[in-house]
Design a protein around this ligand. Structure first.
Ligand SMILES: *Cc1c(COP(=O)(O)O)cnc(C)c1O
Length: 360
């Protein structure tokens, strides 16, 4: 067996300990004689899995009692529709467009009401987070929407926008559980788990209880109403049970590593190693304004397409995989999520140094 350093933006690297444990339990989950995949989602064994997963997540993020935790299917993209369908009582919402995922959410919301773009960083290819301290928030906005960490462009909100009292909704897919959060600053926090937490195909939505009502847009499908899932403890229909099981293991792994404050420190250290190198390199350059840099997704370029392409090729051969940048940005992108060990970042930087020396 040989594992690579996987810098994929998602689906992405998972903790090796978690994968090993899942492998050990694959054929016979704790004496049940079956895999979690084969198990009824109404069984006592699965009830324990989902309840522990929720309890561990609540502990990690210090989620207050008046917030529900939902494990939903359809990934993060499904939320782009569920949010307006469930929250647009006045049919007005404000969107801050800082990248493709925010743009997609904004475009989807336009189907259901007036979705105002109140700020954007598209003028500079989404390479920064705009000043959101005094935006023209709509007086009747049902919520203000952000994508907190922009996976493709590598930017992150360092301070949350001033929503002037309106409910904040945040897509945290690519920074989920990378650092502590103050849940009470948000109405809804949601994250597709395949970036930093688990396998693809599921989203965790943390929603303040007063936002979960029957007063949704007409014709909202039962499956797309938060209340359906909140009332059923995420077991209205068959959930993505194996994904919940793996996420639960990752939550336990995070707790064992000291929780989110410890993860933040570790992630800052990893990111510092890479950004410090990018700042001193004469070949590789980061593409993002310094104050907006993400701890999780680090795009960089050489400025020469041929050098970029050869770098990606040689890196792959050396065991540093999925470094090719997003098709809309070009160059390279290293995603260094929770499960990427610091050794992986150090080895990547050493490889980049060598490449620079050999190609000067
Ligand atoms: C990947 C990603 C999505 C889309 O996730 P899906 O699970 O594929 O729907 C949405 N938002 C952000 C910030 C992402 O990184």
């Amino acid at each position: 067996m040989s594992r690579v350093y996987n810098f994929s933006a998602g689906p992405a690297v998972l903790p090796e300990e978690v994968l090993k444990e899942a492998a050990q339990e694959m054929l016979d989950y704790r004496g049940s004689g079956m895999s979690v995949m084969e198990m009824s989602h109404r069984s006592a064994a699965f009830a324990q899995i989902i309840q522990e997963a929720e309890a561990d997540l609540r502990e990690l993020m210090q989620i207050p009692k008046h917030y529900k935790v939902l494990f939903l299917q359809g990934g993060a993209s499904q939320q782009f529709a569920m949010i307006p369908m469930n929250l647009m009582k006045n049919k007005v919402a404000d969107y801050i467009v800082t990248g493709q995922w925010a743009k997609k959410a904004w475009q989807e919301a336009q189907k259901y009401g007036t979705a105002n773009k109140i700020a954007s960083s598209e003028d500079k290819t989404f390479s920064y987070i705009p000043d959101c301290s005094d935006l023209p928030i709509s007086p009747d906005a049902d919520y203000v929407y952000i994508c907190e960490n922009n996976t493709i462009y590598g930017t992150k909100f360092k301070t949350l926008p001033n929503t002037k009292g309106k409910t904040l909704v945040a897509d945290v897919s690519s920074c989920f559980l990378s650092e502590p959060v103050d849940v009470e600053k948000y109405g809804v926090i949601f994250g597709g788990v395949q970036k930093n937490v688990g396998p693809a195909g599921m989203v965790v939505a943390i929603i303040r209880e007063d936002l979960i009502t029957e007063d949704v847009l007409p014709q909202t499908p039962t499956m797309l109403q938060y209340k359906t899932h909140a009332d059923a403890g995420s077991l209205y229909n068959t959930p993505n049970s194996y994904c919940i099981y793996i996420c639960g293991k990752v939550f336990k792994w995070l707790k064992a590593r000291g929780g989110l404050a410890a993860m933040k420190e570790y992630n800052e250290e990893k990111a510092r190693i890479l950004y410090d190198f990018l700042d001193e390199s004469r070949m590789f350059k980061g593409t993002v304004e310094r104050e907006s840099r993400s701890l999780m997704n680090v795009p960089f370029v050489t400025g020469d397409d041929a050098l970029d392409a050869r770098f990606v090729k040689e890196a792959t051969a050396a065991g540093f995989v999925n470094l090719k940048g997003h098709r809309t940005v070009g160059g390279m992108r290293a995603s260094i999520y929770n499960a990427m060990p610091i050794e992986g970042v150090k080895a990547l930087v050493a490889f980049m140094k060598k490449y620079e020396e050999e190609n000067r």
